[in-house]
Design a protein around this ligand. Structure first.
Ligand code: PLP
Length: 250
């Protein structure tokens, strides 16, 4: 499977069908190997740079949860997918670095933000939730995950270990946010099992203080098995689902 078929063709649909089945099979096998119930782990399709027609096809195949990592692309794709599948109800999540001046663009469309990594960003989202509520849009608190930086590399986003608990305490107190758990990307260098063990340990620490923080979003196309073995409850899968087909958003 090389992912060469054009979007919106029977060939592409067949390809996506096959890829989705393969990913679900990997997830099931990983859960079996870890002694976990597959119902505990959900599949989040990361559709950055993926054409809206592919998202529509994945919706047709029963996927509901989608994620984007850029504000503009998210807003445009939400619109295009809604036009292509007016009856469907996809749930969108934000998983990328989020500038505070883009919060307003993202918030009307998302069911959750997985990349909260600073108190300033958390407060901005909280204010925007309140503003939307005043104008009659939006409903309850927005579920958010704290993005945890395993190695503390400031270039890759995420809050390092020494700031994690303070940020969790702040988010738990903000009325517009619901502290739902942790998200992390395993760094490339170290042994993945060690990284995912450290991620699980951090998630456990936060959950001890804040029992609502049950979600652990960890694992991608290349490492979902190791993540599931270390307690992940959401795997974020892009390439394995859609191949290398990409549109550029620039
Ligand atoms: C792109 C991306 C993914 C998916 O990565 P794949 O290796 O394509 O599965 C997961 N999480 C985040 C934050 C991403 O940006």
């Amino acid at each position: 499977m090389t992912g060469v078929a054009e979007p919106d063709t029977p060939e592409r649909t067949a390809e996506l069908t096959e890829r989705l089945a393969a990913v679900r099979e990997r997830l099931d096998a990983a859960c079996r190997a870890a002694g976990r119930d597959p119902a505990e782990v959900s599949l989040l399709a990361v559709t950055k740079t993926v054409p809206p027609a592919d998202v529509a096809a994945l919706l047709d195949l029963g996927l509901v949860e989608f994620a984007e990592n850029r504000a503009q692309e998210l807003a445009a794709k939400v619109h295009d997918v809604a036009t292509a599948r007016p009856g469907a109800a996809p749930r969108w999540h934000f998983v990328g670095g989020l500038q505070r001046n883009k919060v307003r663009m993202v918030l009307p469309w998302v069911s959750g933000i997985q990349s909260v990594d600073s108190s300033r960003l958390a407060r901005t989202i909280d204010k925007e939730v309140a503003r939307l509520r005043e104008t009659g849009q939006g409903s309850g608190p927005l579920p958010v995950l704290l993005q945890y930086s395993v190695d503390g590399d400031p270039g890759r986003g995420g809050v390092p270990a020494d700031g994690l608990e303070a940020l969790a305490d702040l988010v738990a107190e903000l009325p517009g946010l619901e502290l739902a758990g942790l998200m992390a990307v395993a760094p490339l260098g170290p042994e993945p099992a060690e990284s995912f063990a450290a991620i699980a340990e951090a998630a456990g620490r936060v959950r001890e203080r804040h029992p609502s923080a049950r979600t652990l979003s960890a694992g991608m196309s290349g490492d979902l098995e190791i993540a599931v073995d270390h307690g992940s409850t959401v795997v974020r899968v892009g390439t394995a689902l859609v191949g290398d087909r990409r549109i550029t958003s620039e």
